[in-house]
Structure formats: C-alpha cells, structure tokens
Design a protein around this ligand. Structure first.
Ligand SMILES: Cc1cc2nc3c(=O)[nH]c(=O)nc-3n(C[C@H](O)[C@H](O)[C@H](O)COP(=O)(O)OP(=O)(O)OC[C@H]3O[C@@H](n4cnc5c(N)ncnc54)[C@H](O)[C@@H]3O)c2cc1C
Length: 305
C-alpha cells in the first residue's frame, strides 16, 4: 500500500477545504486535498455569487475552479480519492483511501454535507426525470412548466426564486407555518406573482409515467391535494458527510462534527470546518472565516508563527 507524508491533509475540496489548504500552503506547508466526487461541493448549486471586493460576478462553479487553480499553482497535491477511514498513531494522523494510506501531522475534516432527501415513494424512481436538487442547473428545462419546491429555509426560498425565472408557477410546500430564512428572501417570495406557498403541508408521493407528472400533498386539515407538476426540488436541510470518521470524533445528534471554539475535534490534531461542523453558520463567508481560523491554529500548533 503506497504511503505519502504531508504536513496537513485536508479532506474535501469544497470552499472551506480549498481555502484552508491555500492559506496553509501559502505559509510554506506541504498540503494535500482529497476529493471523493467533483471539486466545489455545495457551492456548485449557486449560480450567481455575491460580487466580491473586485465586483466581479461569478458562478459557484467558476469560483471553485479559481480556488483549485490557485491551489495547483501553490503546489498543493489534489488527490481524487475518497477518504474512508482515519488512523491515529500518536502524533501522526493517517487518511486511508481504497488504495493508499497518507500521513500528516494534522488533518482538517472539510467534508461538508449533502442535501437531505425526502425519502418518499417516487423520489428515487424519478431522479433525473423530474426530481432534482439543482435549480440552477436544471431550472431552464422547466420553462413555462409548474414545479414544486419543498422546504422553508434559505436554500428553499433562494432556489424557488431561481426557478420562478423559468417556470409558470412554483408551488412552495412547507411543513411549518412560517419561513426560517433571511428577510430579503422571505419578502421576495411572499410578493412574487409566480410563487404560491402551501403552509403546514408535506409532500407524500411523487408520481408520473416516464417523467414526473404530479405530487400528492398532505394538508394541515388531513386532506390530500394533488399538484400537477413537471419538477420536484427538495431543500429540507443537510446531512453531514461524517460517516467515515472514527468514534473518537464526537458528533451531534444529526451527525455534524462537534469541535471546540478553536475548531479542533475530540481527536487532537484533527480539526473540522465548514458544512460538516456542528454550529457552522451556513454561508460562504463562514466557510472562509473558519478556514482562516483553522489555518492560523495549525500554524501556531506547529510552532511556525
Ligand atoms: C442550494 C444551496 C444554495 C446556497 N446558496 C448560497 C449562497 O447564495 N451564498 C452563500 O454564502 N452560501 C450558499 N450556500 C451554502 C454554501 O454553498 C455552503 O455553506 C458551502 O459551500 C459549504 O462548503 P464546505 O466546503 O464546507 O462543504 P461542501 O461544499 O459540502 O464540500 C465538501 C466536499 O468534501 C467532499 N467529501 C465528502 N466526503 C469526503 C470524503 N470522505 N473524502 C474526500 N472528499 C469528501 C465532497 O464531495 C465535497 O466536494 C448554499 C447552499 C445550498 C445547498
């Protein structure tokens, strides 16, 4: 089994992992990032990022590509393998993949999260045939169609607004009686002529023939309403990518990694940042803040500051 040694291993090439790796390599450390799927992670869902100080408008995918490019120029090793296990040998940590064992003094878990699924009949069957979780990517396919969005937080409202640019009508189904989202999203959704909210309701089934044709929604009064639609987009929260971590790393009830204020996990030398972390703020600026914070802590721990 091949073995390579780094100063710091970063698990996940999302915004938090790529940013932390960049800062550590800029400080002269030998860094590797690991990615199980495609670099970028959740930010790929964002079509238009808020312009930065240079006022450039870029998409999430473009932003992630720029981070990757900058990291490549710094000589950061980008290893396209899923980390399946962590090893702990005194001061040396190990990231284990299917084919190799990599060593480092510190490991940053930046493995993020994935959008939670509804877990209802029809969801798996119609995946890619009307069931989607990327409004920006798939929205244009629903020009002048009706779609259903499920959820009541920032992501659901933001993505309902994206879909409303293309669709005839967006039915927003929310199990609560009020939104838990930023005021500017709530105001826009409530006044948008193409978005209709169904409160205190749950989607129970997705049905169709070759493609999605309708959903069945259970209403607050116990009745069931069928909504004809061509697409269903669920934004009902996130599930952390933390299953591969050892039991020595404490997680909260939902599986998010618990850290100290300094972002260290219950396994010394293993740190966690971004969407995998319990208490993460949820925005890209929080990811960047945590990345900077953890990089500073590790540099200090290595006695390099
Ligand atoms: C629909 C939606 C819209 C959003 N819109 C905005 C917005 O407008 N503004 C904003 O500020 N924020 C927005 N966000 C939030 C923002 O995208 C996230 O907070 C941020 O991208 C999280 O980054 P991360 O690096 O922590 O995790 P992730 O982006 O989840 O990255 C983690 C990476 O780790 C990889 N990985 C997982 N497990 C392993 C493993 N075992 N081995 C190797 N690699 C692994 C994953 O494949 C992934 O690439 C939005 C989120 C969603 C879902």
């Amino acid at each position: 089994m091949s073995q390579q040694t780094f100063d710091v291993i970063v698990i996940g090439e999302g915004v938090s992992g790529l940013t932390a790796a960049n800062l550590l390599a800029t400080g002269g450390l030998k860094v590797a990032t690991f990615e199980a799927q495609l670099f970028g992670g959740l930010v790929i869902n964002v079509n238009e990022l808020e312009p930065g100080p240079d006022q450039r408008q870029v998409s999430g995918a473009e932003f992630a590509a720029e981070l990757m490019q900058a990291n490549a120029e710094l000589g950061i090793a980008s290893i396209q393998e899923a980390v399946t296990e962590l090893g702990n040998d005194d001061d040396i940590k190990q990231a284990v993949t299917a084919g190799a064992r990599y060593k480092a003094r510190h490991i940053i878990v930046a493995s993020g999260a994935r959008l939670r699924r509804l877990g209802i009949p029809g969801e798996a069957e119609f995946a890619g045939r009307g069931v989607s979780q990327c409004a920006d990517c798939d929205g244009p396919m629903y020009q002048n169609e009706d779609v259903v969005v499920v959820g009541g937080g920032d992501s659901a409202l933001q993505e309902a607004l994206v879909l409303a640019r293309f669709c005839r009508k967006v039915h927003l189904v929310h199990r609560g009686g009020g939104f838990r989202a930023q005021t500017h999203f709530v105001e826009q959704v409530k006044t948008h002529p193409q978005i209709a909210t169904i409160w205190n309701a749950t989607v129970e089934q997705i049905a169709g023939n070759r493609m999605v044709e309708k959903v069945c929604v259970k209403l607050a009064d116990g009745g069931v309403r069928e909504i004809p639609c061509a697409g269903v987009f669920a934004y009902i929260g996130l599930t952390p990518n933390s299953e591969f971590l050892p039991a020595a790393i404490t997680r909260d009830d939902a599986g998010f990694v618990v850290t100290t204020d300094t972002l260290e996990t219950t396994l010394p030398g293993v740190w966690a940042i971004g969407a995998v972390r319990s208490g993460y703020g949820g925005l890209l600026r929080d990811a960047a803040f945590e990345a900077r914070n953890v990089a500073e802590r590790i540099v200090k721990r290595l006695g390099l500051d």
